[in-house]
Design a protein around this ligand. Structure first.
Ligand SMILES: [Zn+2]
Length: 213
Protein backbone atom coordinates (compact mmCIF):
# COMPACT_ATOMS: atom_id res chain seq x y z
CA UNK A 1 0.00 0.00 0.00
CA UNK A 2 1.17 3.62 -0.31
CA UNK A 3 4.14 4.28 1.96
CA UNK A 4 3.72 8.04 2.29
CA UNK A 5 2.35 7.71 5.82
CA UNK A 6 3.36 5.44 8.65
CA UNK A 7 0.37 3.17 8.21
CA UNK A 8 0.15 -0.62 8.33
CA UNK A 9 -2.76 -2.82 7.31
CA UNK A 10 -3.59 -5.80 9.51
CA UNK A 11 -5.37 -8.63 7.73
CA UNK A 12 -6.97 -11.78 9.14
CA UNK A 13 -7.60 -14.79 6.92
CA UNK A 14 -9.77 -17.91 7.07
CA UNK A 15 -12.44 -16.89 9.60
CA UNK A 16 -14.84 -16.10 10.96
CA UNK A 17 -14.95 -18.78 13.66
CA UNK A 18 -16.32 -18.51 17.22
CA UNK A 19 -13.09 -19.80 18.79
CA UNK A 20 -10.96 -16.86 17.63
CA UNK A 21 -12.75 -14.11 15.73
CA UNK A 22 -14.69 -12.58 18.69
CA UNK A 23 -11.45 -12.39 20.62
CA UNK A 24 -9.71 -10.64 17.72
CA UNK A 25 -12.61 -8.20 17.35
CA UNK A 26 -12.53 -7.44 21.05
CA UNK A 27 -8.80 -6.74 20.99
CA UNK A 28 -9.10 -4.52 17.92
CA UNK A 29 -11.97 -2.60 19.52
CA UNK A 30 -10.01 -2.01 22.73
CA UNK A 31 -7.05 -0.74 20.72
CA UNK A 32 -9.14 1.29 18.32
CA UNK A 33 -7.63 -0.56 15.35
CA UNK A 34 -9.31 -1.12 11.99
CA UNK A 35 -8.41 -4.21 9.98
CA UNK A 36 -9.41 -6.32 7.00
CA UNK A 37 -10.86 -9.83 7.24
CA UNK A 38 -10.55 -12.21 4.30
CA UNK A 39 -13.41 -14.54 5.06
CA UNK A 40 -14.05 -18.08 3.89
CA UNK A 41 -17.59 -18.38 2.53
CA UNK A 42 -18.49 -21.57 4.36
CA UNK A 43 -17.51 -19.97 7.68
CA UNK A 44 -19.64 -16.93 6.91
CA UNK A 45 -22.53 -19.29 6.12
CA UNK A 46 -22.02 -21.10 9.42
CA UNK A 47 -21.49 -18.01 11.56
CA UNK A 48 -23.33 -15.11 9.91
CA UNK A 49 -23.57 -13.23 13.21
CA UNK A 50 -19.77 -13.18 13.47
CA UNK A 51 -19.49 -11.85 9.94
CA UNK A 52 -22.02 -9.14 10.76
CA UNK A 53 -20.05 -8.25 13.86
CA UNK A 54 -16.91 -7.73 11.76
CA UNK A 55 -18.78 -5.39 9.44
CA UNK A 56 -20.60 -3.61 12.29
CA UNK A 57 -17.28 -2.95 13.98
CA UNK A 58 -16.21 -1.01 10.90
CA UNK A 59 -13.65 -3.42 9.50
CA UNK A 60 -13.25 -4.24 5.83
CA UNK A 61 -14.07 -7.69 4.52
CA UNK A 62 -12.72 -9.58 1.53
CA UNK A 63 -13.48 -12.76 -0.39
CA UNK A 64 -11.23 -15.76 0.35
CA UNK A 65 -13.26 -18.31 -1.71
CA UNK A 66 -16.10 -20.44 -0.35
CA UNK A 67 -14.15 -23.63 0.37
CA UNK A 68 -10.65 -22.20 0.74
CA UNK A 69 -9.70 -23.61 -2.66
CA UNK A 70 -6.17 -23.52 -3.96
CA UNK A 71 -6.01 -21.83 -7.35
CA UNK A 72 -3.14 -23.94 -8.64
CA UNK A 73 -4.99 -27.17 -7.82
CA UNK A 74 -8.39 -26.06 -9.15
CA UNK A 75 -9.68 -25.83 -12.68
CA UNK A 76 -10.59 -22.25 -13.42
CA UNK A 77 -14.35 -22.64 -13.70
CA UNK A 78 -14.60 -24.46 -10.35
CA UNK A 79 -12.42 -21.81 -8.79
CA UNK A 80 -14.45 -18.88 -10.14
CA UNK A 81 -17.73 -20.50 -9.11
CA UNK A 82 -16.40 -20.92 -5.60
CA UNK A 83 -15.48 -17.24 -5.47
CA UNK A 84 -18.89 -16.18 -6.80
CA UNK A 85 -20.57 -18.38 -4.19
CA UNK A 86 -18.54 -16.71 -1.44
CA UNK A 87 -19.17 -13.31 -2.99
CA UNK A 88 -22.92 -13.72 -2.55
CA UNK A 89 -22.36 -13.78 1.20
CA UNK A 90 -19.37 -11.48 1.51
CA UNK A 91 -20.11 -8.81 -1.10
CA UNK A 92 -16.67 -7.28 -1.36
CA UNK A 93 -14.44 -6.15 -4.19
CA UNK A 94 -11.36 -7.43 -2.36
CA UNK A 95 -10.06 -10.91 -3.05
CA UNK A 96 -7.20 -12.82 -1.50
CA UNK A 97 -6.31 -16.19 -3.00
CA UNK A 98 -5.93 -18.96 -0.42
CA UNK A 99 -2.23 -19.78 0.07
CA UNK A 100 -1.35 -16.71 -1.99
CA UNK A 101 -1.17 -18.56 -5.28
CA UNK A 102 -3.03 -18.05 -8.54
CA UNK A 103 -2.55 -19.28 -12.06
CA UNK A 104 -1.69 -16.48 -14.45
CA UNK A 105 -5.01 -17.01 -16.25
CA UNK A 106 -6.90 -16.78 -12.95
CA UNK A 107 -5.08 -13.59 -12.05
CA UNK A 108 -5.92 -12.04 -15.41
CA UNK A 109 -9.59 -12.88 -15.07
CA UNK A 110 -10.03 -12.03 -11.38
CA UNK A 111 -8.09 -8.79 -11.43
CA UNK A 112 -10.80 -7.34 -13.66
CA UNK A 113 -13.45 -8.08 -11.06
CA UNK A 114 -11.61 -7.78 -7.77
CA UNK A 115 -8.74 -5.94 -6.19
CA UNK A 116 -6.41 -8.83 -5.46
CA UNK A 117 -4.77 -8.24 -2.10
CA UNK A 118 -1.61 -10.14 -1.24
CA UNK A 119 0.76 -9.18 1.59
CA UNK A 120 4.37 -8.28 2.24
CA UNK A 121 4.55 -9.46 5.86
CA UNK A 122 3.38 -12.92 6.85
CA UNK A 123 3.36 -13.69 10.55
CA UNK A 124 3.36 -17.50 10.06
CA UNK A 125 1.06 -17.61 13.09
CA UNK A 126 -0.30 -20.96 11.81
CA UNK A 127 3.14 -22.59 11.95
CA UNK A 128 3.42 -24.83 15.00
CA UNK A 129 7.10 -25.47 14.29
CA UNK A 130 8.13 -21.96 15.28
CA UNK A 131 7.79 -20.23 18.64
CA UNK A 132 5.43 -17.37 19.43
CA UNK A 133 8.47 -15.13 19.85
CA UNK A 134 9.49 -15.94 16.29
CA UNK A 135 6.00 -15.13 15.04
CA UNK A 136 6.18 -11.72 16.72
CA UNK A 137 9.65 -11.18 15.30
CA UNK A 138 8.35 -11.98 11.79
CA UNK A 139 5.94 -9.10 12.14
CA UNK A 140 8.13 -6.52 13.84
CA UNK A 141 11.27 -7.16 11.77
CA UNK A 142 9.55 -6.69 8.42
CA UNK A 143 6.73 -4.21 9.02
CA UNK A 144 7.26 -0.84 7.33
CA UNK A 145 5.11 2.01 6.09
CA UNK A 146 2.40 0.61 3.83
CA UNK A 147 2.85 -3.01 4.94
CA UNK A 148 0.02 -5.49 4.61
CA UNK A 149 0.46 -7.88 7.52
CA UNK A 150 -1.20 -11.28 7.48
CA UNK A 151 -2.59 -13.15 10.47
CA UNK A 152 -5.18 -15.91 10.66
CA UNK A 153 -8.32 -16.11 12.78
CA UNK A 154 -8.16 -19.89 12.55
CA UNK A 155 -7.90 -22.69 15.10
CA UNK A 156 -4.44 -23.57 13.88
CA UNK A 157 -3.13 -20.06 14.52
CA UNK A 158 -5.09 -19.36 17.70
CA UNK A 159 -2.47 -20.14 20.32
CA UNK A 160 0.22 -18.05 18.62
CA UNK A 161 -2.22 -15.29 17.74
CA UNK A 162 -3.45 -14.77 21.29
CA UNK A 163 0.10 -14.11 22.44
CA UNK A 164 1.43 -12.27 19.41
CA UNK A 165 -1.36 -9.94 18.32
CA UNK A 166 -1.62 -7.76 21.45
CA UNK A 167 2.17 -7.43 21.54
CA UNK A 168 2.44 -6.66 17.83
CA UNK A 169 -0.20 -3.93 18.07
CA UNK A 170 1.45 -2.44 21.13
CA UNK A 171 4.93 -2.46 19.59
CA UNK A 172 3.79 -1.03 16.26
CA UNK A 173 1.86 1.73 18.03
CA UNK A 174 4.97 2.51 20.10
CA UNK A 175 6.91 2.84 16.84
CA UNK A 176 4.39 5.41 15.65
CA UNK A 177 2.39 3.28 13.23
CA UNK A 178 -1.27 3.83 12.53
CA UNK A 179 -3.64 1.07 11.46
CA UNK A 180 -6.01 1.17 8.58
CA UNK A 181 -8.35 -1.17 6.74
CA UNK A 182 -7.94 -1.85 3.04
CA UNK A 183 -10.44 -0.14 0.79
CA UNK A 184 -10.64 0.31 -2.93
CA UNK A 185 -13.69 2.25 -4.04
CA UNK A 186 -13.52 1.08 -7.62
CA UNK A 187 -12.39 -1.97 -9.50
CA UNK A 188 -12.21 -2.03 -13.28
CA UNK A 189 -15.40 -3.60 -14.57
CA UNK A 190 -13.90 -5.26 -17.56
CA UNK A 191 -10.58 -6.88 -18.01
CA UNK A 192 -9.04 -6.23 -21.37
CA UNK A 193 -7.82 -9.77 -21.90
CA UNK A 194 -5.35 -10.56 -24.67
CA UNK A 195 -8.15 -12.28 -26.56
CA UNK A 196 -10.40 -9.22 -26.36
CA UNK A 197 -7.49 -6.99 -27.36
CA UNK A 198 -6.81 -9.18 -30.39
CA UNK A 199 -10.46 -8.96 -31.42
CA UNK A 200 -10.39 -5.16 -30.99
CA UNK A 201 -7.25 -4.85 -33.10
CA UNK A 202 -8.78 -7.05 -35.76
CA UNK A 203 -11.96 -4.94 -35.86
CA UNK A 204 -9.98 -1.70 -36.01
CA UNK A 205 -7.94 -3.06 -38.89
CA UNK A 206 -11.11 -4.01 -40.71
CA UNK A 207 -12.52 -0.55 -40.15
CA UNK A 208 -9.39 1.07 -41.53
CA UNK A 209 -9.34 -1.24 -44.51
CA UNK A 210 -12.96 -0.41 -45.31
CA UNK A 211 -12.13 3.28 -45.09
CA UNK A 212 -9.38 2.86 -47.69
CA UNK A 213 -11.48 0.74 -49.96
ZN1 LIG B 1 -6.43 -18.80 3.84
Amino acid sequence: MPDDSKTVYLTFDDGPIPEVTPWVLDLLRKNNVEATFFCVGENVFRYPELFEQIVDDGHAVGNHTYHHLQGLKSDNLTYYKDIVQAGKLIGSNLFRPPHGWLKRSQYRYLSGKYKIVMWDVISCDYNQNITKEEVLKNVLDFARAGSIITFHDSKKAASHLRWVLPRAIKALKAEGYEFSKIEFPKVRRLYYSPAIQRIRRFRNNLRQLSRWA
